[in-house]
Design a binder for this molecule. Structure first.
Ligand SMILES: C[S@@+](CC[C@H](N)C(=O)[O-])C[C@H]1O[C@@H](n2cnc3c(N)ncnc32)[C@H](O)[C@@H]1O
Length: 253
């Protein structure tokens, strides 16, 4: 495992700008979540590792029940509380120790947070504990044994190697969740449009709001951005950046 990333140190300062989704993009994700959530409304939802709360408003609108944002980083959680306009409860906690009573949620979302979990067995038990029977957990992650080609990796030679070490395999997610009584339902593939051009992607990337950068040297990063800038200068017809995003769906019996 790579060194843990503390989002209080650096990532929180750039995350909102570098990972902003916009309301329409967040809405499209909410539709994906809805398509793979339990049926019936309202549903009580846990956004586990909610970060700056990118999805909280959309989750409240879509599921119409209580929304809990659990997040270990004080700096990330503070931003979530400020940006959220719907009724939501933010709590300090992590996947291995969720500060909610048993059977309090119908749906848990882990959006790009599962790979930060150090004790996956404890996390599986905790997620199973807080879900009601028939409840589901959606894990949006990369998986190192089916890692997609990411455009920006072309400019940062070590990025792929770092991310392969950072993200779990499918089995490394499924095994601890299955042990906790969470049955895999399906693996959903989404074609996600991140940016409309390489220029736009480069501007976003320059916020360095991807923890992968924290495993690189400053020299590597500067050289990578120089390569990327050269490619942006050579881009005559803007090409959208579209990448496969995976969501693994589990259900509690
Ligand atoms: C890449 S951010 C994603 C945040 C949010 N889900 C989003 O999509 O904007 C990863 C988040 O996971 C949090 N995190 C780190 N360790 C965690 C753990 N053990 N359990 C839950 N969340 C954790 C980090 O503090 C960070 O806010």
């Amino acid at each position: 495992m790579l060194k843990p990333i503390d989002y209080n140190q650096q990532q929180h300062a750039n995350y909102a700008a570098g990972r902003d989704l916009g309301a329409a993009h967040a809405r499209r994700w909410a539709e994906v979540f809805a398509a793979h959530a339990p049926t019936g409304r309202p549903l009580d939802v846990l956004d586990l590792g909610c970060g700056t709360g990118r999805f909280i408003d959309a989750l409240a609108d879509e599921f119409q029940g209580a929304v809990y944002g659990v997040e270990p980083s004080d700096a990330m959680r503070a931003q979530a509380a400020v940006r959220t306009t719907r009724d939501a409860t933010f709590l300090v906690g992590r996947a291995e120790a969720i500060p909610l009573p048993g059977g309090s949620c119908d749906l848990a979302l882990m959006f790009l947070s599962f790979h930060h979990v150090r004790d996956r067995v404890a996390a599986g038990k905790e997620i199973a504990r807080v879900l009601r029977p028939g409840g589901r957990v959606l894990i949006r992650s990369q998986f190192s044994d089916r890692f997609p080609d990411l455009d920006w990796h072309a400019y940062f030679p070590r990025a792929r190697e770092i991310e392969l070490a950072m993200f779990p395999t499918l089995a490394e997610v499924e095994t601890p969740l299955a042990a906790a009584g969470l049955r895999r339902v399906e693996l959903v593939e989404i074609q996600e449009r991140f940016d409309d051009s390489l220029r736009e992607a480069a501007e976003r990337l320059k916020h360095r709001a991807i923890s992968t950068f924290e495993h690189m040297t400053e020299a590597e990063i500067v050289e990578g951005f120089a390569r990327l800038d050269a490619a942006v200068a050579a881009e005559t017809v803007p090409q959208p950046i579209i990448t496969r995003s995976d969501v693994l769906v589990f259900e509690k019996a």
